[in-house]
Design a protein around this ligand. Structure first.
Ligand SMILES: [Zn+2]
Ligand SMILES: [Zn+2]
Length: 444
């Protein structure tokens, strides 16, 4: 685990400078060679050459800016405040809290009394890394790479060595969605010459006496190249290098090996970004964040495994039971009671206020605020799933304007990232349940 973390750390230090160097090298080839030399001179289309160079620079510049935005996000990005805001600390609003049994354990550990505090909620806090007891609101996760909690945590991305949170999903999606068309457009004039050169390189590699001896007939090449595909790539590269060498200093043009490798890497990058864009969008529409979907899948898989074992009458291993608890997304909410309409209340305003502030339980524990109860979400309930349209709008904003390039630099989500909106239907159910419990309490 420690070794894996160190390795990931190292990869993260190397990846961003490598990617930025790649963007820069690609821009140099495109703007200084493909546009002015290949299109303007060789194909004799000077205007087209200018348009190509300018458009390519704008497109490459746009994805570089989005990339830098994510790379240089401050370490404090999306970190919840140390303590919850007054609306939560004084229980004025509905919010996710610890389960009564977790709260009881914490109170007992702190040597506090557990008498009559069942319905006074505790917020979750994080004691890992640099958090030091920081408030951990709903949908917040502790990133072990950054050593900090982040609200709306999606995943820690090694490509830009930073956390991706809901607040910056618009920036991330812009990067992912702009990258493939950019790569396709800037590479367009290069596909044909590179393709022909690759064929020629392969033919030369197969016919060259020396390459045959020290590559194709050399048995360890299967191992060194990591399999048959790698062996062909290796042979191709050797042939290509030979071609470039024989062309002399001025001969190797835009179909040289370096450009071929950059093009190949570009295609791989376009495939990766397309895949990531599809998965990010589908996760978002489902009302999940990447980390939730992983946990949700693991949870469903554990339940199925337990059901299968139970059906065939076998005993359930401890590991599966532990997993069930570990991946459970059962949540609890503090639901404040609705304040009765003062006009319909027999008491005067003053008395109502007094009864709030002089509450023996709350006052003595300096937890003033409204009363309510702790209600668990039902196992099948997904409190943060509002339906596809609203799930999308909460993170990306309304309409299609999010597609505009500069929109990727701002974000739609503000402070609500620390008290994620609860779906209307679940909130209604929670409030109805709270009222039922209150009325039940009054009856007895
Ligand atoms: Zn933390
Ligand atoms: Zn992180």
């Amino acid at each position: 685990m420690v070794v894996a973390n160190r390795l990931l750390w190292l990869v993260q230090q190397l990846l961003p400078p490598l990617l930025l160097s790649y963007f820069y090298a690609a821009w140099r080839i495109v703007a200084l060679e493909v546009g002015p030399i290949l299109i303007s001179q060789e194909y004799d289309h000077p205007i087209l050459g200018h348009i190509y160079s300018t458009l390519s620079s704008i497109l490459l510049g746009t994805i570089t800016i989005h990339y830098l935005r994510l790379y240089f996000l401050p370490s404090s990005q999306s970190v919840p405040p140390h303590d919850p805001p007054p609306s939560i600390s004084t229980h004025l609003t509905i919010y996710e809290c610890l389960s009564p049994s977790d709260a009881k354990t914490i109170r007992l550990n702190n040597g506090e009394s557990i008498e009559g505090v069942e319905d006074i909620p505790l917020v979750d806090r994080c004691w890992k890394g640099k958090c030091g007891g920081r408030w951990k609101p709903a949908r917040t996760r502790h990133c072990s790479q950054c050593g900090l909690c982040r609200g709306g945590f999606d995943h820690h991305c090694p490509f830009f060595a930073n956390c991706l949170t809901a607040a910056y999903i618009p920036t991330f999606l812009h990067l992912l969605l702009y990258a493939p068309p950019t790569i396709f457009f800037v590479s367009l004039p290069l596909y044909k010459p590179i393709y022909h050169r690759a064929i020629a390189a392969y033919v030369l590699s197969r016919s060259s006496e020396s390459i045959r001896t020290y590559w194709w007939d050399w048995k360890p090449s299967w191992v060194v190249a990591g399999g048959p595909v790698g062996r062909y790539v290796g042979g191709l590269i050797l042939g290509w290098r030979e071609l470039d060498r024989s062309a002399g200093k001025n001969g190797a043009g835009l179909d040289r090996l370096g450009v071929g490798l950059m093009l190949a890497f570009g295609v791989i990058l376009a495939l990766i970004t397309t895949g990531l864009a599809v998965s990010t969008i589908s996760v978002l529409l489902e009302g999940h964040l990447t980390i939730d979907r992983g946990r949700h899948t693991a949870h469903s898989r554990t339940i199925t495994a337990i059901q299968d074992l139970a059906r065939s009458g076998q005993s359930i291993p401890k590991k599966l039971e532990d997993d069930l608890l570990r991946f459970s997304d059962r949540t609890y909410f503090f639901v404040p009671f609705e304040i009765p309409d003062p006009l319909s209340n027999a008491k005067t305003h003053g008395e109502v206020d007094e009864s709030h502030h002089n509450d023996p339980e709350e006052g003595s524990r300096s937890r003033p605020g409204r009363k309510g109860v702790i209600v668990p979400a039902l196992p099948e309930e997904r409190p943060y799933d509002h339906g596809r349209k609203k799930n999308w709008e909460i993170v990306m904003g309304q309409g299609w304007s999010w597609l505009l390039p500069w929109k990727g630099l701002s974000h739609a989500m503000g402070e609500e990232i620390f008290n994620w909106p609860i779906s209307e239907s679940v909130e209604k159910r929670l409030r109805a349940e709270a009222e039922r419990r209150r009325d039940g309490l009054i009856d007895t």
